[in-house]
Design a binder for this molecule. Structure first.
Ligand SMILES: NC(=O)c1ccc[n+]([C@@H]2O[C@H](COP(=O)([O-])OP(=O)(O)OC[C@H]3O[C@@H](n4cnc5c(N)ncnc54)[C@H](O)[C@@H]3O)[C@@H](O)[C@H]2O)c1
Ligand SMILES: [Zn+2]
Length: 412
């Protein structure tokens, strides 16, 4: 018998830039990003989110003008490809094919570029297509939503949906560079402005209690669409996200632990149960509320911390409950029961079920067994917040009594 033990070490390095007006003719950032790598002029295919094109009339011509200003650096290969925005881009396999076709027709090689401009869904589609064409074309992400700028766009993954499941098909593929342009955020709907804030709450809860306190302090500015407050929040969240990927020791998620997925087992299932009526960020807010309430009822999270979490989500305009949480709760393995999301989460990760819970704000821990009864009681508690958008003051004695009564029932 003979065995060769193969060992390969690889380092990935990519910049995450923060700018305003990336396609302004006076802004050389994108040119510089490409020029730094040599092999010039480089071919580049642009994939742009239709929602962004609608909100920024003339964007495709602006991109063409930008490229033609730097003929020594970049060569636009074909027309700017516009793809539908939102989850439908990930649900229909044809859009991945469209991007791969544009890469093929444009004669791109592994030293060429795909530049993806859009929300998290379009970045995922373009990222998957780029990662699989020629086994990997360089990807420049230009995220245009809060969620994509503070979370999905700065990470190392891409995916599309299949078999009715979120993110079933995809790859780990670090981008070549990320350019976060705050000007894109100005045209977001209120919904998309808010929904990405749930990822900032998540990052604060698992990584940085002082960031959480700052989110509380700036909650009204953030929900009131103050761009300066949002830029700062996006920068801090993206930085925490990147630092985690670089330092966790498991950037490609080979183990079972997924701290960045706090609140996500329920979120992914809820997106599916609501037929994607909920945005990813909206579902994450509910997932955070649910796992925080479970942490409260299982005795690990102090009640004052729990209140702060629920209040912050509400102050940011994020709902903490959806009626789909109650579907088929008597049958936890029913495909349309939220609790089935635990099994699907474990299958997606591989290995042992590992769910992040909280001991305190900024102090997570891993749990491997989730009690269905306690989770159902957590859902019951969150239901109280469904009909009442206004905020209870903390402490509110009646509410507290109610929670205590529920906690005692759980304990009993
Ligand atoms: N790859 C990852 O690691 C990762 C991580 C988290 C989330 N995601 C994925 O990201 C997706 C959610 O992304 P999202 O929250 O950015 O939403 P989204 O991509 O679904 O976009 C939401 C809507 O906003 C529009 N839009 C985008 N930018 C705009 C702008 N500047 N102005 C006006 N409209 C604009 C889009 O056209 C779309 O209609 C989900 O599919 C989720 O699974 C991926
Ligand atoms: Zn997420």
């Amino acid at each position: 018998m003979h065995t060769v033990l193969q060992e390969i070490e690889l380092t990935f390095r990519y910049p995450v830039h923060f700018t305003a007006g990336v396609f302004d003719l006076s802004n050389p950032l994108l040119r510089d990003v490409i020029a730094a790598s040599g092999d010039l002029p480089a071919r580049i295919v642009f994939v742009v989110d239709r929602g962004v094109v609608r909100a920024h009339r003339g964007l495709t011509s602006v991109i063409q003008r930008y490229c033609s200003q730097y003929p020594e650096t970049m060569m636009l290969a074909g027309r700017v490809l516009v793809v539908p925005g939102g989850e439908k881009a990930k649900n229909h396999p044809g859009h991945v094919k469209d991007v791969q076709r544009a890469i093929n027709n444009g004669g791109l090689c592994r030293h060429s570029y795909v530049a993806a401009v859009g929300g998290g869904a379009v970045l995922d589609v373009a990222g998957y297509a780029a990662a699989t064409a020629h086994r990997g074309i360089r990807l420049i992400r230009i995220p245009t939503t809060v969620l994509a700028q503070d979370d999905s766009g700065v990470g190392v993954k891409n995916s599309v949906n299949a078999f009715g499941k979120k993110n079933y098909i995809g790859t780990f593929a670090p981008p070549f560079a990320v350019i976060n342009d705050s000007q894109f955020l100005l045209t977001l709907s209120d919904r998309d402005w808010r929904s990405g804030l749930s990822e900032a709450v998540k990052a604060a809860l698992i990584k940085d209690a002082s960031f959480f306190a700052d989110l509380e302090r700036h909650a009204s500015r953030l929900s009131g669409r103050d761009l300066t407050a949002m830029e700062e929040t996006v920068r801090r969240c993206a930085t925490l996200h990147c630092a985690h990927i670089a330092s966790s020791g498991d950037p490609f998620e080979l183990g079972s632990s997924r701290p960045l997925d706090f609140g996500h087992w329920a979120a992914h299932k809820l997106e599916q149960l609501t037929n994607f009526r909920l945005r990813h960020g909206e579902a994450v807010a509910i997932g955070i509320a649910l796992d925080s309430t479970y942490s409260l009822l299982s005795g690990s999270l102090p009640e004052a911390d729990w209140w702060r979490i629920i209040r912050l989500l509400q102050e940011l305009g994020l709902a903490v409950y959806a009626p789909e949480l109650r579907l088929h709760l008597h049958a936890p393995e029913h495909p349309r029961c939220v609790l089935r999301g635990l099994t699907e989460f474990r299958e997606h990760l591989g290995g042992r079920l590992t769910i992040m819970l909280l001991r305190a704000i900024g102090k997570p821990y891993e749990e491997h067994e989730i009690d269905a009864g306690t989770m159902i009681r957590s859902i019951d508690i969150l239901k109280q917040f469904s009909r009442r958008p206004e905020l209870p003051e903390y402490p509110v004695d009646r509410e507290k009594e109610h929670i205590h009564a529920k906690s005692e029932r759980v304990a009993g």
